[in-house]
Design a binder for this molecule. Structure first.
Ligand code: G1P
Length: 289
């Protein structure tokens, strides 16, 4: 039996430049899809996958995220006293659902650097990494799917999806050899390659399971693309030292860091809410008329 995965890192220190001007004052993770901030969906995925401890890598001006996952006694009390117990419980549950540990990234040195900051909390346990710009709607949460692959093979694993040729420039891209229908052994990996250099069209949309040896590798990873310490470069080194799998997960992925992707997610999640479904369809019809 391979080691159980109980911990996750959620890097959330980015500037959110793709969502300026709102991100001047609001952390991009706090932008809502309907009525929950994006990071709430990410944390839900982690919890539903069985994660107990979450390390949020944050930065200055991101205090709203911490506040959101803390208790708000005054609000809970007021809602309860005004007969809105269900709403009070919902607000309370957000703060009680898991242990959140916040860690500051004091310089924008890249995703690899951000993940490396979680080392004191992770110790020598394998852990999950979830990136906040990617919402994945799946019957079995994407992180859970990757955890199952880790349990089966005992090897670190990244989630992948096939993207159009022209989109390889936006992602970490993996090349590999097939083990089964959905699983590959990773043999090459490039962060945001040129179209002609891409080893495949399999892109990593921000879901990973790593064993703790990644931390020593990250310590020695030199700045790569854009002068930043790239997580993809460290993972490629991990693939050479200990092996790495890529798993084509089942589910729909939304790039909520992109404005159209964000609207796509808003519509898709809105249509799934029974109380909004019919009204939303009526609105769409009105706008298309
Ligand atoms: C990061 C990673 C990249 C990954 C992407 C997924 O890039 O570096 O490998 O494919 O997230 O969203 P970013 O989009 O933060 O530049």
């Amino acid at each position: 039996m391979n080691q159980k995965i109980r911990k996750a890192v959620i890097p959330s220190a980015g500037l959110g430049t793709r969502f300026l001007p709102v991100t001047k004052a609001v952390p991009k993770e706090m932008i809502p899809i309907i009525d929950k901030p994006m990071i709430h969906y990410i944390i839900e995925e982690a919890i539903q996958s069985g994660i107990e401890d979450i390390v949020l890598i944050t930065a200055r001006h991101k205090e709203d995220i911490e506040r959101y996952f803390d208790h708000n006694y005054e609000l809970e009390d007021r809602l309860a006293k005004s007969g809105k117990q269900a709403l009070a419980d919902q607000i309370k549950n957000i703060a009680q659902s898991c242990n959140i540990i916040c860690c500051f990234q004091k310089e924008p040195a890249g995703l690899g650097h951000a993940v490396g900051l979680a080392r004191p909390v992770m110790g020598d346990e394998p852990f999950a990494v979830l990136l906040g710009d990617d919402l994945i709607d799946a019957k079995v949460p994407c992180t859970r799917q990757l955890m199952d692959v880790y349990q089966k093979h005992g090897t670190s694993v990244v989630g992948v999806m096939e993207v159009p040729h022209e989109d390889v420039v936006k992602y970490g891209i993996v090349g590999g050899s097939k083990i089964d229908d959905r699983t590959f052994k990773v043999t090459s990996m490039i962060e945001k390659p040129k179209i002609e250099d891409a080893p495949s069209r399999f892109a990593i949309p921000g879901r990973y399971i790593c064993d703790s040896s990644i931390f020593e590798i990250l310590k020695n990873t030199k700045p790569g693309k854009n002068g930043e310490i790239q997580f993809t470069d460290a993972l490629f080194e991990l693939s050479k030292q200990r092996g790495l799998l890529a798993y084509q997960f089942e589910g729909d992925r939304y790039d909520t860091g992109d404005r159209l992707g964000y609207l796509d997610a808003t519509l898709a999640f809105g249509l799934k809410r029974p109380e909004l479904h019919d009204g939303l369809i009526a609105l769409m019809k009105k706008h298309l008329a």
